[in-house]
Design a protein around this ligand. Structure first.
Ligand SMILES: Nc1ncnc2c1ncn2[C@@H]1O[C@H](COP(=O)(O)OP(=O)(O)OP(=O)(O)O)[C@@H](O)[C@H]1O
Ligand SMILES: [Mg+2]
Length: 457
């Protein structure tokens, strides 16, 4: 017998409650009046499955995540034929949904299916099940140019190319690459922005996400307006079940062809706006918009949940930890000086204790003045000795290129295409994201919200 909790809009309460009572193998253990009651009985362990309706007041992505965290699966019900209601449920990552007038045996089957869906599968399926609507006019901006770039074709270069029309193949799911690094400004943002711009210059569709909730500055680095809605707005929309590809594309404007940017929170104190469940949803959707999603994340890996045993309160490093757990590729950026290298060695140990893929070490700002002659050989030797690292990537200290880019609010790829830094990032792309065409000249910037810099005069 499966204990079921219900929390339904008043119009469906009687009908659905009655059907559930009649279903074999199900027992309604509590009919909840609202979300608050549902969460408290779920957290008290009084049910295994929550049946919720699309119009339940206060139902959002965070509520669904809390139910799942309490090991309660979620089944959504909607009026028959009401596609908008069904879509809203799916956008809240509820993938098992039923019309309210379904017979008892269908409810019994659906409760069983809901309990077999893991929380992460739910997020993925919300994309794969066709629940996310891709309007035809967005077809050219969805992912899929990745493999075509090898022979020079790109849906962005040629907007009228056949690409992914409405009757074409479903978009492929892009890869997520997170750029992390220990404290001390080793160059995470510079690497993330340059790498994203490099992939776009090669014809890949990229979404660059500023998920650094301590000092996000990707928007500023690319000359975007401070008040760009960005990641916080995308998370808010995701939380309310209102984020689809079209909305994400609107919130992540294209700054150069192929490069979309989801700017970070403008003030560190707004970190509570980036919650795990909604960020997961944003990242999952961004993968459907791009060949590569590049995320700049904060340095700190501490998990306050372990300190407070409170699984519901927002965690300060939720954005970083969520991104690291979701990412396919992880770069660990270090400053090429003795302090930066020691921080990298410690940071890699810390990384080993949080769910994340094996990091690719990238030592940035390599120069002889900080470590002595033959800096790359010296750094390689010490990282092999102290951290057992064999494959380290190096990026040169290229102040001229980095400064010129920051000054003008452009990527190094645009601003200094022949620079040593851009060429080294190109080699990093070759090594970590094989399958892209070789470097091309950066394409012209064709849509650019006004620069927010005051220093350019
Ligand atoms: N390879 C490089 N050569 C020269 N300067 C660089 C290089 N990489 C980064 N910088 C400069 O170092 C400074 C810090 O870089 P960046 O903002 O990318 O670091 P960060 O790790 O993102 O820092 P934060 O902790 O503030 O997020 C910036 O002034 C940037 O222009
Ligand atoms: Mg940064």
């Amino acid at each position: 017998m499966t204990d079921v909790l219900t929390a339904l809009g008043p119009r469906w309460e009687g009908q659905v409650g009655g059907t559930l009572e009649a279903a074999r193998g199900l027992a309604v253990s509590r009919r909840c009046a609202d979300v608050a009651e549902l969460l408290s009985v779920a957290e008290a362990g009084l049910g295994r499955c929550a049946v919720v309706s699309h119009d339940l007041r206060g139902l959002d992505l965070a509520v669904v995540a809390r139910l799942r965290a309490s090991r309660v699966s979620v089944l959504g019900v909607h009026p028959p034929g009401d596609e908008a209601a069904e879509r809203r449920l799916r956008a809240l990552s509820i993938t098992v949904v039923l019309p309210v007038d379904s017979p008892p045996e269908l409810f019994a089957d659906a409760v069983a299916s809901a309990s077999r869906v893991s929380p992460t599968e739910d997020v993925e399926q919300a994309g794969a099940s066709g629940a996310i609507v891709v309007p035809d006019d967005l077809s050219e901006i969805t992912a899929g140019s990745w493999l075509r770039t090898a022979d020079g074709g790109s849906s962005v270069d040629a907007p009228d190319a056949p690409g992914l029309g409405s009757d074409g193949p479903r978009p492929v799911v892009g890869r997520l690459l997170a750029v992390w690094g220990p404290t001390g400004a080793p160059g995470r943002t510079t690497v993330a922005v340059t790498l994203a711009a490099e992939v776009a210059a090669r014809g890949g569709a990229v979404v660059l996400v500023d998920a650094d909730t301590y000092g996000g500055c990707v928007g500023q680095a690319l000359g975007l307006l401070d008040e760009a809605p960005g990641l916080a707005a995308a998370c808010r929309a995701a939380d309310h079940g209102a984020l689809d590809l079209a909305e994400l594309a609107r919130l992540a404007p294209e700054v150069t062809s192929g490069l979309r940017v989801l700017t970070g929170i403008p003030k560190a104190e707004r970190w509570t706006e980036i919650r795990a469940a909604s960020l997961e949803r944003v990242l999952a959707l961004a993968r459907r918009l791009a060949d590569v999603v590049v995320a700049d994340v904060g340095f700190c890996l501490e998990n306050d949940e372990e300190l407070s045993y409170d699984t519901v309160a927002p965690r300060r490093n939720e954005a970083t930890l969520t991104t690291l757990a979701a990412t396919d590729l992880l770069l660990a950026v270090a400053a090429a000086d003795p302090v930066g290298l020691q921080r990298l060695v410690r940071g890699l140990q810390e990384l080993g204790s949080v769910p994340s893929p094996v990091p690719v070490p990238v030592v940035n700002r390599v120069r002889a003045s900080a470590v002595g002659p033959r800096p790359e050989a010296r750094i390689s030797e010490s990282l092999l000795r102290f951290a057992g690292l064999e494959h380290v990537h190096f990026l040169p200290d290229d102040r001229e290129a980095a400064d010129a880019a920051v000054l003008l609010g452009r990527s190094v790829v645009e601003q200094a295409p022949e620079s040593a830094l851009r060429l080294a990032v190109g080699r990093l792309v070759d090594a970590t994201l094989p399958g892209l065409a070789g470097p091309t000249r950066p394409r012209s910037r064709w849509r650019r919200p006004r620069a927010g810099h005051g220093v350019t005069g």
